[in-house]
Write a protein that binds this ligand. Structure first.
Ligand SMILES: O=C(O)CCCC[C@@H]1SC[C@@H]2NC(=O)N[C@@H]21
Length: 267
């Protein structure tokens, strides 16, 4: 177990998160384990057992034997990939906990942009990193009492298959990222994103998300409702604005969306 704070100079670049300038930032404590079932399950069990898990603590695994994804799916184990979870301790006055999905997405996307600047990627609402339309990461939020466990899986070196969608990894785009370095940068990015969420509110997080996400006008399919439309940005509370065929706007607060290819002229 490697615990402890280390000092690091972290330069915040660009965007609303960069406006406070660079500085010396404490990297939050990162606990590493060789193998476990699921880092999310581990932190939830500790919290349920009454153990105090401080906000910002990370548990990162080399291997997961029972990694879990959203909507009851499994999350494949890929050696060298990032698989880790952290805890947010909700406080009075915090924005709605569900908006942490966007916070985590922004932190993850900024980490990828920092460590793999050559890779062209976009965030799919609320927080999947896509490369050429294929899923390169996943984020799972699970709540117990006043704590939210946020687990992230990022395909750094391999792309475990999913039954229903194509997958990608950063190494395929010539980005060689050390897993531990990824963890350090992500932990700091998460502290930064959480600070914005608490101090400036969800609207600031939305402003940070938009330039990282699919462009306005992207054709989308909302899986649960079986509805097609076009991305029309995000509402101030983080909901997805879906423009329907007749021009009306539908607000999507939760669920899975798929990006559809634009219809090409002549087809
Ligand atoms: O389905 C998704 O897109 C979410 C996948 C989340 C996977 C990560 S890997 C680390 C953490 N531990 C888990 O069991 N799941 C999350």
């Amino acid at each position: 177990m490697a615990l402890g704070h280390r000092l690091s100079v972290y330069s915040r670049a660009g965007g609303p998160f960069g406006q406070r300038g660079g500085g010396v930032v404490l990297i939050p404590p990162i606990e590493r384990t060789r193998q476990t079932g699921s880092t999310n399950a581990d932190l939830l069990a500790r919290l349920a057992g009454g153990e105090h898990v401080g906000e910002g603590h990370w548990l990162v695994a080399d291997r997961q034997t029972a990694g879990r994804g959203r909507l009851g799916r499994a999350w494949g184990d890929g050696h060298g990939n990032f698989m880790g979870s952290t805890v947010v301790q909700l406080r009075a006055g915090d924005p709605i906990a569900a908006t942490l999905a966007l916070v985590a997405g922004v932190a993850l996307a900024r980490t990828v942009a920092t460590l793999a600047p050559m890779v062209d990627f976009q965030l799919k609402w609320p927080n999947d990193v896509l490369i050429d339309g294929a899923k390169c990461s996943g984020i799972l939020l699970e709540r117990t009492g006043d704590a939210v466990v946020i687990g992230m899986g990022v395909n750094l070196v391999s792309a475990p298959e999913l039954p229903d969608r194509p997958t990608a990894c950063l190494a395929d785009k010539d980005a060689r990222i050390d897993r531990d370095r990824f963890a350090d940068v992500l932990a700091v990015a998460m502290v930064d994103a959480l600070w914005v969420w608490r101090q400036e509110g969800v609207e600031s997080v939305v402003r940070a998300w938009l330039p990282l996400g699919h462009p306005v006008g992207t054709p989308l399919h909302v899986s649960e409702q079986g509805i097609d439309g076009f991305f029309d940005g995000l509402a101030p509370d983080g909901a997805l604005r879906l423009r329907l065929g007749g021009g009306e706007i539908m607000l999507i607060h939760a669920g899975d969306i798929e990006l559809r290819r634009p219809v090409e002229e002549g087809n």
